[in-house]
Write a protein that binds this ligand. Structure first.
Ligand code: 2F8
Ligand code: CA
Length: 216
C-alpha cells in the first residue's frame, strides 16, 4: 500500500466516522422530536381532560344551584302560605271567635254602607247569618247592629252581601215592613226571642255593625 492509498484509507475512515456520528445525532434528534411530540399530545390530552372536568363540574354546580333555587322558592311559598293560614286561623285582638268565624262588634256607629266598607277594610264583611246557631250568637252580642242583608237593589228582594238570596230569615213579627223606605237589616237587641230579632230600617241611619271573617 503506497502513501496515497494510506491517506485515502485514513480519509475514508474519518468520513465513515463522521457519517456514523451524523446518523447517531439524527436518531437522537428523531427520538427527541418523537418524545416532544408525545409530550405535546399528553399535555393537550391533559388540558382537554381538565377542561372537560371543569365543564362537568360547572354543569353539576349549575344543576345543584337550580335545585337549591327551586327548593328555596318552594319553601318561601310554603312559608307565605303558613303565615297566611296562621293569620286567618286566629282572630285579631278584640274579635270574638266562634266555630269557623271571627266576629268584630263595632264600638261606634255608621251607616250600613260605611259599616260594610269598614268590614272590608278589616278583610271581612258584614256578617252573613246562615244558621240558627249563628243567629243566636249574633243576638247574644246584645247590640242593635247592622248585618250583611239588604233589599236596596230590588225592593222586597233581600240579598246577602255576597249576592246570595235570603232563604232562612229571623225577622221580628211584622217585619220587614219598609216603613220609612227601609232597605237595610239590623238585629234588634230589644226583642226577646233570638230567632225573631231582625228589623229593616233606613240604610242611612247610623248603628253599630258586626263583621265576620271566615277562618276555615
Ligand atoms: O213598629 C215597628 C217599626 O218601629 C220603628 O219605627 C217606628 C222602626 N224604625 C227604626 O227602628 C228606625 C221600624 O223599622 C219598625 O218597623
Ligand atoms: Ca222596619
Amino acid at each position: 500500500m503506497d502513501i496515497d492509498d494510506h491517506i485515502y484509507a485514513n480519509e475514508s475512515h474519518k468520513m465513515d466516522e463522521v457519517g456514523d456520528q451524523h446518523s447517531v445525532w439524527k436518531r437522537r434528534f428523531l427520538a427527541a422530536t418523537v418524545c416532544l411530540g408525545l409530550l405535546c399530545v399528553l399535555l393537550l390530552a391533559g388540558i382537554i381532560g381538565l377542561l372537560l372536568y371543569q365543564r362537568n363540574l360547572l354543569n353539576n354546580l349549575t344543576a345543584e344551584r337550580d335545585q337549591l333555587q327551586t327548593s328555596y322558592n318552594t319553601l318561601t311559598k310554603e312559608r307565605d302560605q303558613l303565615q297566611t293560614s296562621n293569620k286567618y286561623a286566629t282572630c285579631p285582638q278584640d274579635w270574638k271567635k266562634s266555630c269557623c268565624s271571627c266576629y268584630y262588634i263595632s264600638p261606634d256607629k255608621k251607616t250600613w254602607e260605611d259599616s260594610r266598607k269598614d268590614c272590608q277594610a278589616r278583610e271581612a264583611n258584614l256578617v252573613i247569618i246562615d244558621s240558627r246557631e249563628e243567629q243566636a250568637l249574633i243576638k247574644a252580642f246584645n247590640r242593635r247592629a247592622w248585618f250583611g242583608l239588604t233589599d236596596r237593589e230590588v225592593e222586597g228582594t233581600w240579598r246577602w252581601v255576597d249576592g246570595t238570596p235570603l232563604n232562612t230569615s229571623y225577622w221580628t213579627i211584622g217585619e220587614p215592613n219598609n216603613l220609612q223606605g227601609e232597605d237595610c237589616a239590623l238585629v234588634d237587641n230589644t226583642q226577646q226571642d233570638p230567632l225573631l230579632a231582625w228589623n229593616d230600617v233606613p240604610c242611612n241611619h247610623t248603628n253599630s255593625w258586626i263583621c265576620e271573617r271566615q277562618v276555615c
